[in-house]
Design a protein. Structure first.
Length: 395
C-alpha cells in the first residue's frame, strides 16, 4: 500500500519523463558519411512523423521516433544536390533505396536493380535544417498527407505551400560505412506495430495484457520498465494534456526478454520475479486495456520499454522530483510498439428492454448486446446501427 501511494504521487511526472525522452538537435547540412532521420513538418511534436520503414512493410511510412534502422537514411550523392536515399534496414543483405514509381506513390527497390530516374531526389534548402525533396526536375515534392492510412500518407505531389512538403534533417552519430548495431526492439505475437489490438487485450474483452518480447538491449542493462499510454485520450471530457496511462511495470530483471499474456494485477510479481506494478490511470493496479469512448475515433496505445542501468529501490520517502531524476538518469535505451483500437459510435433503438447474452453485433464482433443494452429478461427486437450498416435481431 505504501508503494501504491508512492506510485500515485509520481504518475504525472512519469508522463513528463516519457514525453521528454530522445530529444535530438537537428543538423543543418547534409553529410553523406552519416545516417539521418527525416521528420515531417506536418506535426509540431518532436516525437512523431519520422520517415520510416518497418519489417514486413513494402512501402515507407510515418511513425514515431523508434530505435530502428528503418528510420535511418543515408544520402548517396549523384550530382550536386541530387541524391538517392538508402534505408539502413537491409533485407537479404541488400540495400534498399526510396523510389516513387506507380501513381507517384513511394516504395523501396533493391539498389542493385536497374538505375531509375525515380530513385533520385533533389534537395531544396529552406533554411537551417529544413529541406524539401523533389524529383530531379523539381516538379514533384515528397509530401506527407493527412491520409489516415500510415502507408498511404507519403506521395509525390506538385509543389504547394504546405508543411507536409517540408522535412527536418536530424543527423545521427551513426556512420554509413559501418554495420548498424542490432536495434532495441519491442514486439508482440498478438499484433504488429501500427495494427489493431485484439479484443481480448482491451477493456471490451478479457482485459488481459498482451504478450511482449524484446531484444537488442544495450550492454549494462540491469532492469527494464514498461509503460503503456494513450496519447489520444485528451478530449473536451478529458482535458488533461498528458497521455493516459494504461500500465506501469518496473524492475523487470535484465535476464528477462519477454512477458507472457495476462500479467496478474499484483503489485509484487513472482513471474518475472522482482518486477513491480504501479497503478494506472483508472486507479487500478497493473494493466487496464484500451476502452476509448465510443465514437472518439481511433486511439493509439504506445507500449514503451526502457532499458535501465540499475534496479530501482522504491523509497516512499523519495520525493516525486527526485524519483523522476533517478529514472531519467538511468535510461540506456528505449523501444516502442504501437497498437490501435476504436469503438464505433452506436445508435441503439429497442422497443422494449433487451436480454441478449453473447449476441454479436454486425461490424463490431467483440461488442455484444449484453454490454450495449441494459439487461432484462423479456424478449424484444433490437436494432443497432453501426455507421451505415443496420442489423436487426429478434429473440
Amino acid at each position: 500500500m505504501l508503494q501504491m501511494r508512492f506510485f500515485l504521487s509520481v504518475l504525472s511526472l512519469l508522463l513528463l519523463f516519457v514525453l521528454a525522452q530522445a530529444q535530438a538537435t537537428p543538423a543543418a547540412a547534409i553529410d553523406t558519411k552519416f545516417y539521418y532521420r527525416l521528420q515531417s513538418g506536418t506535426t509540431d511534436s518532436e516525437d512523431h512523423g519520422f520517415l520510416t520503414v518497418l519489417e514486413g512493410w513494402s512501402r515507407p511510412a510515418l511513425a514515431q521516433r523508434l530505435e530502428s534502422r528503418g528510420q535511418l537514411w543515408k544520402f548517396v550523392e549523384d550530382a550536386g544536390d541530387v541524391y538517392r536515399l538508402a534505408n539502413g534496414l537491409e533485407r537479404n543483405n541488400m540495400e534498399h533505396v526510396l523510389d516513387f514509381y506507380k501513381d507517384n506513390k513511394l516504395m523501396l527497390r533493391f539498389s542493385s536493380q536497374q538505375y531509375w530516374m525515380t530513385q533520385t531526389f533533389k534537395v531544396k534548402h529552406f533554411g537551417g535544417s529544413v529541406i524539401g525533396l523533389t524529383d530531379r526536375n523539381s516538379y514533384l515534392f515528397l509530401e506527407a498527407t493527412e491520409d489516415l492510412d500510415p502507408e498511404k500518407r507519403l506521395v509525390m505531389k506538385p509543389a504547394a505551400d504546405v508543411r507536409g512538403q517540408m522535412w527536418v534533417l536530424e543527423k545521427t552519430d551513426i556512420p554509413t560505412g559501418v554495420a548498424v548495431k542490432e536495434e532495441f526492439t519491442l514486439t508482440s505475437t498478438a499484433f504488429q506495430n501500427g495494427t489493431r489490438i485484439p479484443v481480448e487485450h482491451t477493456g471490451v474483452g478479457a482485459n488481459t495484457s498482451p504478450p511482449l518480447a524484446w531484444k537488442g538491449a544495450p550492454a549494462g542493462t540491469k532492469s527494464f520498465m514498461i509503460i503503456c499510454t494513450d496519447p489520444d485520450a485528451p478530449s473536451p471530457a478529458n482535458p488533461d494534456p498528458n497521455p493516459f496511462v494504461h500500465w506501469i511495470i518496473l524492475n523487470i530483471p535484465a535476464t528477462t526478454n519477454n512477458l507472457l499474456a495476462g500479467v496478474p494485477a499484483l503489485e509484487q510479481l513472482s513471474n518475472p520475479l522482482g518486477a513491480v506494478q504501479g497503478p494506472n490511470g483508472f486507479d487500478k493496479l497493473g494493466y487496464s486495456g484500451p476502452m476509448p469512448p465510443a465514437g472518439s475515433g481511433q486511439h493509439r496505445y504506445i507500449f514503451t520499454i526502457f532499458a535501465m542501468d540499475r534496479v530501482h529501490v522504491l523509497d516512499p520517502n523519495l520525493s516525486s522530483e527526485e524519483f523522476l531524476k533517478v529514472l531519467d538518469s538511468s535510461v540506456l535505451a528505449k523501444a516502442e510498439l504501437i497498437g490501435t483500437y476504436e469503438i464505433p459510435a452506436l445508435l441503439i433503438h429497442a422497443s422494449r428492454p433487451v436480454w441478449q447474452r453473447g449476441l454479436p453485433i454486425a461490424g463490431v464482433p467483440e461488442l455484444t448486446a449484453s454490454c450495449a443494452v441494459s439487461a432484462a429478461r423479456n424478449s424484444s427486437n433490437l436494432e443497432l446501427i453501426v455507421g451505415r450498416r443496420t442489423a436487426q435481431y429478434t429473440q
